[in-house]
Write a protein that binds this ligand. Structure first.
Ligand code: ADP
Ligand code: MG
Length: 252
């Protein structure tokens, strides 16, 4: 039996069926069906322009698919009456650019959504933020401003900020691509810890080492299609898909 036909051990936390998306006449996502299982780390790889970011944005409802369905657990996010804000609060997203508020302390960047969106009290939010900052190794930086931190530290603040909302799923879109090479590993270490702790994650990355080691499955996107999805071992060691082999030969 191959990995593709084996029944999933755990239910899907996030399920996408028949998702398509065009910008004008340019079709960017073509009939994507994919799931992220509870506790799974799914890495999305593929050439620039293949639709990886658009797919993540659809998952987080930052973009509206033209057709197809997205399910988060038992909730259909693409239903006409879906509560978009409530759904978004269940999904954490980390982008290439961390978008911290420069005039706020690190701690306040993490607590802002807790107090304003979740209505949490200031002290409880602070305690929660300090716990999350400790998890990403930044407990001592709570009272600094973002500009006093390295890019890698700022990205870890952005991860702490997303985690503080206690999301069911975390989405990462090239979280390390804007960082100087020496700062990448600390961010990847935090992501690896999260994966080991059983967080459900969809990770768009060009870090093939990370995908190989941390992913449960790797999805290869090409021309808006999900071209391959399999274990890292099969993707990296035994790829027979021509475009995947070509892609890997360029990035490895
Ligand atoms: P990737 O993240 O894999 O590099 P993207 O999802 O960013 O790919 O983009 C896929 C395609 O969609 C690209 O051709 C890109 O130019 C196009 N695209 C992305 N966002 C928009 C937009 N807002 N308007 C028009 N075209 C877009
Ligand atoms: Mg992208």
């Amino acid at each position: 039996m191959t990995a593709m036909t084996k029944a999933p051990a755990t239910p899907a936390a996030l399920r996408v069926t028949g998702l398509s998306k065009s910008y004008g006449s340019h079709t960017v996502l073509r009939d994507i069906t994919i799931d992220v299982r509870a506790g799974e780390t799914l890495c999305l790889i593929g050439p620039s322009g293949s639709g990886k970011s658009t797919l993540l944005k659809c998952l987080n409802l930052l973009e509206t698919p033209d057709s197809g369905e997205i399910w988060l657990g038992e909730t259909c996010l693409t239903a006409a009456r879906a509560d978009v804000d409530a759904a978004r609060a269940r999904i954490g997203m980390v982008f290439q650019h961390f978008n911290l508020f420069p005039h706020l302390s690190v701690e306040r960047n993490v607590t802002l959504a807790l107090t304003s969106v979740k209505g949490m009290g200031r002290e409880q939010a602070r305690q929660s933020a300090l716990r999350r900052l400790a998890e990403v190794g930044l407990a001592a930086f709570a009272d600094r401003r973002p500009a006093q931190l390295s890019g890698g530290q700022q990205q870890r603040v952005a991860i702490a900020r997303a985690l503080a909302m206690e999301p069911e799923v975390m989405l990462f879109d090239e979280a390390t691509s804007a960082l100087d090479p020496e700062l990448v590993k600390d961010v990847l270490a935090v992501m690896r810890d999260l994966a080991s702790a059983g967080m459900t994650m969809a990770v768009v990355t060009h870090e093939m080492g990370f995908a190989r080691e941390a992913a449960d499955r790797v999805a290869f996107m090409c021309d808006g299609r999900l071209a391959e999805i399999d274990t890292p071992d099969r993707i990296f060691e035994r790829a027979d898909h021509a475009r995947l082999r070509q892609f890997l030969s360029q990035v490895l």
